[in-house]
Design a protein around this ligand. Structure first.
Ligand code: ATP
Length: 135
């Protein structure tokens, strides 16, 4: 099978680098699957999972949005934060989820930045599902 090189990069450095047969993730416009030979493109991503298939195995990386760039020989995902499934601290994500839910359900509405809490909730839910591979 043909493969394409994929890098997931954050401000702290590369999180994932490998040659894969297929990359799939959620762009803002919907589900996106990239195979070797895909036309060059740039797409903004949702908070979501990146699935990387190679030799019958699938690796999972949680990304908090960002951009995907396809070039002829390389796919690059640039994200503010990203973690491979094995690097995710589930307890931390569960705590972040609880904090975000408390903020979203707070009675003191004027003290809460709802958009920020909603995004924190999405990041936490995404990390939990990537760590548990329930995607
Ligand atoms: P928290 O409130 O737990 O910090 P967050 O969603 O606000 O969560 P981010 O700002 O997205 O965190 O990420 C900050 C840094 O912490 C990034 O390097 C990210 O990869 C890492 N990180 C965040 N949550 C986890 C987690 N559950 N397991 C491993 N690394 C994490």
């Amino acid at each position: 099978m043909k493969t394409i090189k994929v890098s997931v990069v954050t401000p702290d450095g590369p999180v994932y680098e490998s040659d894969v047969e297929m990359v799939s993730t959620k762009a803002q416009s919907g589900e996106l699957g990239i195979l070797p030979g895909h036309i060059p493109m740039v797409a903004p991503l949702q908070i979501g999972a990146v699935r990387l298939k190679n030799s019958g195995k699938t690796d999972f990386v949680a990304v908090s949005g960002g951009f995907l760039e396809v070039r002829p020989d390389q796919v690059t995902i640039l994200a503010q934060s990203a973690e491979s499934s094995s690097e995710i601290d589930i307890d931390r994500a569960v705590r972040a989820k609880q904090r975000a839910e408390e903020r979203l359900h707070s009675q003191k509405r004027e003290d809460v930045d709802f958009r920020r809490a909603e995004l924190a909730l999405q990041r936490a839910i995404n990390r939990i599902s990537v760590a548990e591979r329930k995607i």
